[in-house]
Write a protein that binds this ligand. Structure first.
Ligand code: ADP
Ligand code: ZN
Length: 218
């Protein structure tokens, strides 16, 4: 049966990296609000232009905007067949309420909310050392997960770049936004009995083993 998951964790906790591995192994539909917003920016849409100013300041994009993008994704046939992996959504109590409604309306159920746990020091290091590929979804880190050839993707040879919101200043803002607005969701999902905590301090292969064990995946 298709499983439905949410990944939460501070920026830099490794949600995107773990999502990439989950997708390769189990094929859930990846719904990353960060990626959806960056795609809107790239396409030059009105939504993208509006979102960019929030993102570059390390602030959250308004709840209704992201909720609308997520709802559209939940309506696809692929979600019913393969399940979903929500990455970076919900991030506020309001978004969690909107998601509950959206799931109820569609008779979809959450199997687990995964909390990726990483210390603050490690998060700051990871964020400012993160590099993304222009050609594919691969994620690198110049400290912990270096590409074989500097500036080039191992998988597709694409050019690597740093996200405009991965500077120290914006990373600090994103961390305080997480503490204030997103961390209250942990207690909410704990109460619902769906929270699964995963140690995500190690190298990515090790974290993925922890994750699979926590979710009872083969
Ligand atoms: P990270 O988890 O490393 O912060 P994301 O790619 O998930 O990276 O998000 C980047 C930015 O996109 C956030 O700082 C925020 O501005 C915006 N964003 C992403 N998801 C949401 C969301 N659920 N609600 C509001 N803003 C969001
Ligand atoms: Zn690549």
């Amino acid at each position: 049966m298709a499983k439905n998951y949410i990944f939460i964790g501070a920026p830099g906790a490794g949600k995107g990296t773990m999502a990439e591995l989950m997708i390769a192994a189990y094929k859930p539909v990846h719904v990353s609000t960060g990626d959806l917003l960056r795609a809107e920016i790239k396409a030059g849409s009105t939504l993208g232009t509006e979102a960019k100013s929030f993102m570059d300041a390390g602030k959250l994009v308004p709840d209704e905007v992201v909720a609308g993008m997520v709802a559209a994704k939940l309506d696809t046939a692929a979600v019913r067949e393969q399940g979903f992996l929500l990455d970076g959504y919900p991030r506020t109590v309001r978004q969690a309420e909107l998601l509950d409604e959206a799931l109820t309306q569609r008779s979809l159920k959450l199997d687990a909310v995964v909390l990726l746990e990483v210390s603050r020091d490690l998060i700051l290091k990871r964020l400012t050392a993160r590099r993304l590929c222009r050609g594919c979804p691969a994620i690198y880190n110049v400290l912990f997960n270096r590409p074989k050839v500097e500036g080039r993707c191992d998988t597709c040879g694409g050019e690597l770049y740093q996200r405009s919101d991965d500077t120290t200043e914006t990373a600090l803002n994103r961390l305080s936004v997480y503490a204030a607005q997103t961390s209250p969701l942990i207690a909410r999902y704990e109460k619902q009995g769906v929270l699964v905590k995963v140690d995500a301090e190690g190298p990515k292969a090790e974290n993925f083993v922890n994750l699979r064990h926590a979710l009872n995946l083969k």
